[in-house]
Design a protein around this ligand. Structure first.
Ligand code: HEC
Ligand code: HEC
Length: 194
């Protein structure tokens, strides 16, 4: 009797182990199709002002997804998208996007603007947090290879304190910076090799 029970327990355990990855990809796939409609099927966004997620640090993605789900970072386009999404699924989504390769802009660079952006980013020491190659780490996002329009859009939001629910360190970093300077940095950072 005891032996048979043990066998049943083992069989059940084996089944759970075998079916877990399958169940996981089954639930993530429809979710990824939805995210991909806005953020690009390969995590590289094709839509103006919509960020690419490919190659972002996992911790950054996880944090932002929790903030967005809880409504602390207010993104009207994503309203309801993360409703009922579990912490485990958020971790899986973050891992998925963190592992995808970044495709930086191939649009031709304006040499003067690029050089000005490079100099400003260095002088303003953005690399202290975002790393010297702007790849980001932990809760600090990657800037290298992000869409130029999204970089400019988010920097403008930080500067005018409209970035609700986002880290106030960025408002401090961009305080009083002119729009021309923001443009130059966005132009440069979007083209830093990922
Ligand atoms: C209808 C379009 C839309 C859908 C669907 C959508 N998003 Fe978004 N998402 C956006 C927009 C727009 C922003 C940027 C908002 C802003 O900062 O102005 C954003 C921001 C984000 C950010 C923050 C990125 C950063 O660099 O700051 C993450 C992470 C994110 N989305 C993940 C997801 C995931 C995962 C899904 C699928 C579960 C998803 N999104 C579905 C439109 C969408
Ligand atoms: C003290 C650390 C620190 C410094 C210095 C700093 N940043 Fe950030 N930055 C952050 C953090 C943390 C975030 C994430 C904020 C959040 O989403 O809550 C961020 C977010 C951003 C974003 C939004 C990216 C996205 O995907 O949503 C941009 C763009 C950005 N920083 C550009 C810059 C630039 C340009 C400089 C230099 C002028 C700079 N940062 C200096 C810490 C810093």
């Amino acid at each position: 009797m005891r032996r048979r029970l043990d066998l049943r327990v083992w069989l059940w355990f084996a089944l759970v182990c075998l079916s877990a990855p399958w169940a996981h990809s089954q639930t993530l796939a429809p979710r990824l199709a939805l995210c991909g409609a806005c953020h690009g099927a390969d995590g590289n966004s094709q839509i103006k002002d919509f960020p690419s997620l490919a190659g972002q640090p996992r911790v950054f993605l996880e944090n932002q997804l929790v903030l967005i789900r809880e409504g602390m970072r207010d993104i009207p386009a994503m309203k309801g998208t993360l409703q009922g999404v579990s912490d485990a699924e958020i971790t899986a989504l973050a891992k998925h996007y963190a592992a995808l390769p970044v495709k930086a802009s191939t649009a031709p660079a304006d040499a003067t603007l690029f050089e000005r952006g490079r100099r400003l980013s260095s002088e303003m020491r953005c690399g202290i947090c975002h790393l010297s190659d702007y790849q980001g780490r932990e809760q600090m996002p990657r800037l290298a290879g992000q869409r130029e329009d999204y970089l400019l859009h988010s920097m403008r939001q930080f500067r005018t304190n409209q970035a609700v629910g986002r880290d106030t360190q960025m408002a401090a970093a961009l305080y009083g910076v002119s729009d021309d300077d923001l443009r130059a940095m966005a132009h440069y950072l979007a083209r830093v090799s990922p």
